[in-house]
Design a binder for this molecule. Sequence first.
Ligand SMILES: [Zn+2]
Length: 260
Amino acid sequence: MLLRRALAVCLPTQAPVTTQLRNASMAAELPLSHSAVVSQCRVLTPPKASAACPPAWARSHTSDKSAPSKKCWDCKVPVDQRTPHFCGTCKKIQPPTYSANQFQILGIPTTFDVDAERLEARYKALQKALHPDKFSTASPQEQAFSDAQASAVNSAYDTLRSPLRRARALLRLQGIEPEESAGVDDPELLAYVMEAREEVEGTRSRAGLETLLRDNREREAAAVARLRAAFAAAEWAAAAEAVNRLRYIERIQEAIREKL
Ligand SMILES: [Zn+2]
């Protein structure tokens, strides 16, 4: 019954005829498994995510556990895709999964609110396990796998440790390019950006630059809080706007740091 309700919520209210037919045939096939509901949500969910149909990035994480297994290239036993870097049976390194997103590569939940300590710990553990020294006597194929895996882990970590890059990655999982889909309609912020640029260019003293940096960091914290709230509410347009807001603020910060 819950699944039937969840499915009903996933469907657009004005479903086209083909979708209605599909809905009727799906209802006839109930009860559906959880993975079937998730898969139907992918096809039929309206633009705004709901609790019953979580956003794509949340689904991509929840569906990790039921992701189809890939077989180990060596012993042919299926590899657990929650720990895809090595075969759990023969322990051999595996080729990278090119469709994996940054969160899956590091094995952490797909959310804006990442646990910084967990992210750091996962990164260090993978970096150690994939270090080229460990594969110096391995076959050229395994060395190539370790290089590709290590590079993917470094790139994913670099994305996830920055709130701005992490937010962009989450929006891209929704099919949204923030720079293309939202501007910042805030005269106060735009005035700050123009004034701060002039001040950074005109300020020679370290104390003056540090004052500008303190003010910038406060604005950065407020912009990150907006982002967190937007993602928590699954408000993608607000998240895209907050990404662009944060981008303006971080550019000023880069200019200040270059002079410090
Ligand atoms: Zn194996």
